[in-house]
Design a protein around this ligand. Structure first.
Ligand code: DAH
Length: 369
């Protein structure tokens, strides 16, 4: 009986235990089923309103933990009035079961919604990889050409895309009546300048700024009013070369240089041939063909069964061009050449249609990585 008296002189155990501290089992000797049921409702409400995994854990520890309220209830059960004891025990078990279930459900709901999950994502899933890019075939050809000529002592020079009529035509000994000056062939700007039709004007700019000797290659964009089809584009790339010496240089030097380039670029069995041609800024002028790298010169569809593929225009720099830039043609000589970058890329990589080089379809471009 002393137990009863004692418990009644102490503050209500349930309200107190709901603050975090556990109370001695003695305090629960006077508990009844209704009180346990009330505790259960409060515990469930607390679990329901917990917003984080930590808050849920706090609720669990408070009620179900080793020093939690349910432990005290269980310990105090033996002191409960035997008439009430079974009912109190049932309620206590219901509290344990219901709260446990609810805590688990709330935990997994929180995990799924992300908040409170330890990482917020599944680290075992494969990542969303961004594939590394590959050099564009046009860039690759330019880089390959530049590095081959760099081994022979050539440096790189670049000029403007918007060019003067003088640099693009006149200084290159192109007469005013030449068809390439026609409004229908060239993009003319209101200022009288044009979008360069070739990289050859960079030769002029280089010679205007340095004294011989000169060894440069000049890659860059060119523009012509061509209707786009499988082999033409209004915007394309060329790589130009210029070699000038104080002293005699011959067509044989040009030929050996292009033969070396052909083997390095297209493979060791590649041969070159020169065909006479005309360019206003070279005399004599040639077109340079490489043996077809697909059939080795026997003839196939790629080379239109000729065994040869046209790659470059070239020649010995015309004395009139030297005079325009203030070089003395009596003491200097040199050769120059120009090649279409897309043409080389198409031949080398077996690309059928020039337009695929500009469409930026990653599936197409990835083949040349
Ligand atoms: N510029 C010429 C073209 O676009 C190619 C060319 C031919 C460049 C002969 C040269 C050269 O430097 O010497 O067709």
């Amino acid at each position: 009986m002393s137990v009863w008296v004692k418990t009644h002189t102490l503050p209500n155990p349930h309200t107190h235990t709901l603050g975090l501290r556990a109370k001695p089992a003695l305090f629960y000797a006077d508990m009844n089923a209704k009180e346990i049921s009330d505790i259960r409702s409060r515990a469930l409400a607390e679990a329901e309103s917990a917003k984080t995994a930590e808050a849920l854990e706090t609720v669990r520890i408070r009620y179900l933990g080793r020093k939690g309220l349910l432990q005290d209830v269980m310990k105090g059960l033996k002191d409960v009035d035997p008439a009430e004891r079974a009912e109190v025990g049932r309620e206590a078990n219901a509290l344990k079961k219901n709260l446990d279930t609810l805590l688990r459900q709330r935990k997994s709901a929180l995990d799924q919604s992300g908040s409170g999950a330890p990482l917020g994502f599944d680290p075992t899933l494969p990542g969303a990889w961004r594939e590394p890019g590959t050099p564009h075939p046009v860039s690759r050809v330019i880089e390959d050409c530049v590095s081959i000529f760099a081994r022979l002592g050539f440096t790189v020079a670049e000029g403007p895309d918007i060019e003067t009529r003088y640099h693009n035509f006149e200084a290159l000994n192109t007469p005013a009546h030449h068809p390439s000056l026609d409004a229908l062939d060239t993009f003319w700007l209101d200022t009288g300048a044009c979008l360069r039709t070739q990289t050859s004007p960079v030769q002029i700019r280089v010679m205007e700024s340095v004294a011989p000797p000169v060894r440069v290659v000049t890659p860059g964009r060119c523009y012509r009013r061509d209707t786009t089809d499988a082999t033409h584009s209004a915007n394309f790339h060329q790589i130009e070369g210029l070699y000038v010496e104080r002293g005699p240089v011959s067509l044989a030097d040009l030929k050996s240089l292009l033969a070396y380039f052909a083997r390095e670029m297209m493979g060791s069995h590649t041969d070159v041939r020169f065909r006479p041609h005309f360019f206003p800024f070279t005399e004599p002028s040639v077109e340079c063909d490489f043996t077809c790298h697909v059939c080795g010169g026997r003839g196939c569809r790629v080379c239109k069964f000729s065994g040869w593929i046209e790659i470059a225009g070239a020649g010995m720099v015309d004395p009139r061009v030297f005079r325009k830039v203030g070089y003395d043609p009596e003491t200097v000589s040199g050769y120059a050449w120009g090649m279409g970058v897309e043409r080389i890329a198409m031949v080398k990589y077996g690309i059928q249609d020039i337009r695929t080089l500009y469409e930026n379809d990653a599936r197409f471009l990835a083949q040349f990585g």
